[in-house]
Design a binder for this molecule. Structure first.
Ligand code: CUV
Ligand code: SF4
Length: 625
């Protein structure tokens, strides 16, 4: 191992993380923080985006001395192409997850599975009607067939534009049409991005960036939005409920199973299986008091939103959760799952189980989940976890104590309910300046930052300024662990936000779900814009991903900006090697789509700058700053 000894105090703001980092060190377990140190300093060419590996005349790394690659591409073209493919990767992740949801809906509608059903028929009918499907006097399953078919079409090109274009405010659609970035089909935009960035195609950086915007919009307004809406139809639309977060949700005397990944198709069945009386009896036979299920990352968010299943942690807690020595099994589907989990698991008795053919991990056990066998496979996984309980070494178990309460489950439907059925109270509060604006803080952890320092401090700073905060993804756990996801947290909010949230009985930081659920936030912004008769870019709102790491997070940031939402990132994507692309991101896009990116690693400064933007939007609407 290279470099100097890591100072654990500097790595995370959390007690549970620090305890486990110390234990990892004593147990000889390597973590992401160790490997980051081995990888540093990072390659400057890669970091600034000027390394091109798109053909074998290269690889080329351009510099002052050698400003063009073998084919003649300059830094702007190379950066734009790399960025375009980065966005395509992220859009593909969310959207392929969405496709898996449609396949489940299709199978249910056609009677091909008994393992999945329609849990929210009212929402099914509402969504079908919204996208133009006849619902009058029809059976839900018949409508579901048509809805699945319609959604599948969103991935191809048959329709010319994605179905949820109907949700986009009129002014926004005009901007997209004028720029030629109205998303046609999910797969089409992604494939076209791969084509454009092949050697010898789109060699105009700005043009490539605009297609990156279009690709990201296909993610936000189709791939992700479909994933969210179909998940609600199949598994229920979330309503507010209480649960707990941090590593303290693991139980020393129980079989502990962690679900990690993204799609509720796997985790929902695991949740049912852990409640199976036969399996609970088996767990007791093996000496456990019962079976305990906890979530990680986005699949954890899905289960928490809908069912109040506790969350053990976010991205940087995934290795550390295993370091407790108390996890019998971790079952995953796809995305954001560190390959290192296999190695960490092998240092303890923890089994890793993969479930998707598109995400296998060498060293893990593969139990393939399909729509027709989800329940059977889930029971197999749970049984396997129970069998491992006797292998646990009690001497190596340490579970940090003191889980924290959270309130979750704020779908737009639930939020409307909390508001008494209409957006009017929220809009009135915004007009009166009691809620000055809203900011969605979303996304990941990244070991380049002190874990959750920026996520948490930005949220705290914003609510102090009477700005409502919405969280999804890994920021959820950060806000939750700090006690911000409960109504009592209004004590940390400014006077206006305190008054409104207090009256409604909601927290000043609202949990809206997983990363694909950022689509809920897009829809909410569109509803508010429509209500006010303005564009999304006129609203006093912003988005932020302070500690992001993934291609998916970049796609989210880009669709937020292209939808008119000013977006803060803690650090830039690998684009700084191009002036054209950097200037577009930081200002040029503001003229084109009415929003741009802000890069600021310091959460306190970021809060200040976001506040400035919200002020200017309020003033432009004729409201008090
Ligand atoms: Ni999809 S993308 S680390 S789990 S939020 Fe968490 Fe969220 Fe980022 Fe991944
Ligand atoms: Fe080099 Fe051009 Fe090939 Fe990229 S596409 S590797 S810049 S020759």
């Amino acid at each position: 191992m290279a470099g100097k000894e890591l100072n654990i105090e500097e790595l995370s703001i959390w007690e549970d993380a620090k305890q486990m980092l110390l234990k990892a060190k004593n147990d000889g377990v390597e973590t992401a923080w160790d490997r980051l140190q081995q990888q540093a300093p990072h390659c400057k060419f890669g970091e600034s985006g000027v390394c091109c590996r798109i053909c074998t005349m290269g690889p080329c790394r351009v510099s002052k001395k050698a400003p063009r690659g073998v084919c003649g591409a300059d830094a702007d073209v190379i950066v734009a192409r790399n960025f375009g493919r980065f966005i395509a990767g992220g859009a593909a992740g969310h959207s392929d997850h969405g496709r898996d949801c449609i396949e489940a809906l299709h199978a249910v509608a056609h009677g091909e599975t008994k393992d999945y059903t329609i849990k929210d028929a009212e929402k099914l009918m509402r969504i079908a009607k919204e996208v133009g499907i006849e619902t009058e006097g029809r059976e839900p399953l018949e409508v579901a067939k048509d809805l699945a078919a319609d959604f599948f079409e969103n991935y191809g090109t048959t329709k010319g534009e994605v179905s949820f274009i109907v949700r986009v405010p009129e002014k926004r659609r005009k901007i997209w049409d004028k720029l030629g970035i109205t998303p046609r089909g999910v797969d089409r935009e992604i494939a076209e991005m791969m084509h454009r960035t092949h050697m010898g195609c789109d060699n105009d950086a700005a043009n490539t960036v605009l297609h990156a915007a279009r690709t990201s919009l296909a993610d936000g307004w189709a791939g992700s939005m479909i994933a969210t809406e179909v998940s609600d139809i199949l598994f229920g639309t979330p309503t507010p409920n209480k649960t707990q977060v941090n590593l303290g949700v693991l139980k020393e005397d129980h079989v502990n199973i962690l679900v990690h990944g993204h799609n509720p198709i796997v985790s929902e069945k695991i949740m049912e299986a852990v409640n199976d009386p036969e399996l609970i009896a088996l767990a007791k036979e093996k000496g456990a008091k019962g079976i305990n299920l906890a979530g990680l990352c986005c699949t954890g968010n899905e289960l928490m939103m809908r069912h109040g299943i506790p969350m053990a942690g976010n991205h940087l807690m995934t290795e550390l959760a295993i370091v407790t020595g108390a996890v019998e099994l971790i079952v995953v589907d796809y995305q954001c799952i560190m390959p290192s989990l296999v190695q960490v698991g092998s240092c303890y008795h923890t089994k890793m189980v993969t479930t998707a053919d598109k995400a296998r991990f060498t060293g893990a056990e593969h139990i393939k989940f399909e729509i027709h066998n989800g329940m059977e496979q889930a029971k197999k996984v749970v049984r396997m976890a129970i069998e491992r309980f006797p292998l646990r070494d009690p001497a190596r178990v340490k579970i940090p104590n003191g889980p924290v309460e959270v309130v979750t489950g704020f779908s737009n439907e639930a939020l409307l309910d909390a508001l008494g059925g209409s957006l009017t109270p929220l809009i009135d509060a915004i007009k009166a300046g009691k809620i000055r604006g809203a900011v969605a803080i979303v996304g990941c952890n990244n070991p380049k930052y002190k874990h959750d320092y920026c996520n948490l401090n930005l949220a705290k700073e914003l609510i102090k300024r009477d700005i409502l905060v919405i969280v999804t993804g890994c920021v959820t756990v950060a806000a939750g662990k700090a006690g911000l996801l409960v109504p009592d947290a209004i004590d940390q909010a400014g006077p206006g936000l305190k008054e409104i949230c207090g009256a409604l009985g909601i927290p000043p930081v609202i949990h809206m779900g997983s990363c694909v659920d950022n689509a809920r936030i897009l829809q909410l912004c569109a509803l508010i814009a429509d209500e006010l008769g303005v564009d999304i870019s006129d609203l006093p709102v912003a988005a932020s991903s302070p500690e992001w790491y993934s291609e998916k997070a970049a796609a989210i940031g880009t669709y937020a900006v292209a939808s008119g939402i000013y977006t803060h990132l803690g650090h830039p994507p690998n684009i700084t090697g191009s002036e054209v692309v950097t200037n577009l991101a930081l200002s040029g896009l503001d003229e084109l789509v009415g929003a741009c990116f802000l890069i600021e690693p310091d959460p306190f400064k970021a809060a200040e700058l976001i506040d400035e933007r919200i002020k200017s939007k309020r003033l432009a609407l004729g409201l008090s700053a």
